[in-house]
Design a protein around this ligand. Sequence first.
Ligand code: BES
Ligand code: MN
Ligand code: ZN
Length: 499
Amino acid sequence: MDFSIKSLDTKTPISNIKTACMVVGVFDNKKLSPEAAELNIKGVIDAAIKSGDITGKVGSSLLLRKIDGVAAERVLLLGLGDNPEKVSEKAYTSATQVAARQLHALGASEVCIALPTADGRDFTWSIRQNVVAFNEAIFRSDAYKSKKDTIPANVKKVAIAVAAKNASAAKIALAQSIALVNGLELAKELGNMPANFCTPTHLANTAKKIATEFKMGVEILERKQLQALKMNSFLSVSAGTVEPPKFIVLKHMGGKAKDAPVVLVGKGITFDSGGISLKPGVGMDEMKYDMGGAGSVLGTMRAIGEMKLKLNVIAVIPTCENMPSGTATRPGDIVTSMSGQTIEILNTDAEGRLILCDALTYVERFKPAAVIDIATLTGAIITCLGHHNAGLFTRHDETHDKLAEEILAAGKQANDTAWRMPISELYNEQLKSNFADIANIGGPPAGSITAACFLERFTKKYTWAHLDIAGVSWKSGAAKGSTGRPVSLLTTFLMNRAG
Ligand code: BES
Ligand code: MN
Ligand code: ZN
């Protein structure tokens, strides 16, 4: 699909724009959006509303054809709620989803969107919503089906109308939205890909492809190098599988050479069977998405690469499978992590923290401005926050409060929200081990918090935040599949940092 910005000025009224379909908004109480008002030649739209053919209800729509005096071949009316002064974000988003689905099913290959933006949001936001909606409407997960899904995808060109004074800023916003959507799609594709295709090697190859396409530095560390680095905690998770582990380092150095980088660390378990502490069978297929952290980090790198973001960002991804076998790590085994801290592995299903802790030690060498790890770390975070918010954990001091605010704000801005959780010494005590420096589980209470406390011990040398995305990166049920979250949050965070 090809997106463009249509600049509106007084010389080209909306009624003169030639397009196969013009999309405008209407409201309950028979009110028209300013754009619809411009098109209401001979009262055609008024008449449609009066007859009850369209209400302003969100989700309602009506297609009109060949209106006298209107250059567009068709006009699609979209309900935007009851208040022309205050279109809610939700109303705008649902309306664009309805429009995208309907338009893809029409014979119009080229359309123009002329909608008022949501209350409190500027054109940058509404452009992004449209790009996301039109792409989502045609997103398929039929890569492995011999008979492909037949979802209509007829729209080839989408023009988004904005006021002339905003046109040049809108063009930049559009390019950024397209880059973001490409990153989101990569993350979704990786999350949905089965573990026999989405192996650690596949993730490494994906990183190499991003590096070539967007001129980034890339390094893939193999088992031998990981042994030399003494990443015994990471390697212990990989002990039960023949699939080789990989450690991915992908560098986007868009900022000044001397500027400290932001480091993103993504959990890349390509399949989490639980290992010897085997998970129950029901729903275990979904553990192919246990690389959701890695997928969202790669998606974010793709997005900022396409944007040519002026910021130094380094992605670090430890990736392997967690499988049971005769060579697998046993409950009770003790390993020495790269940091030197010894870990008693009481449960081999608490493997995310075991691969992340060595990655968190490795990244010290970059003297980072901040480190954010992103991980489908605990089922408990779903109990806490459901599927709406990612869990955000940091230390509780001034520097970290500031980082937390920055991340939470980026989440709100991007409709990809997180919620802050506590960590403290009291929870940390649950990780005591009789035989090693630390145990890898803290018992049933507050499982997400003790997991974060475990990671925290490996992050003392820099400013750090942890996002537990087990609830947000995947949808179960009928619409089963990857959401691509939190690519939008991370990309927005980095864009804000780049200024
Ligand atoms: N990958 C899982 C967490 C998870 C669970 C993600 C459900 C998405 C949906 C993680 O490795 C895990 O197994 N965590 C355990 C920790 C426990 C053994 C302390 C869990 O959450 O049960
Ligand atoms: Mn696990
Ligand atoms: Zn896991």
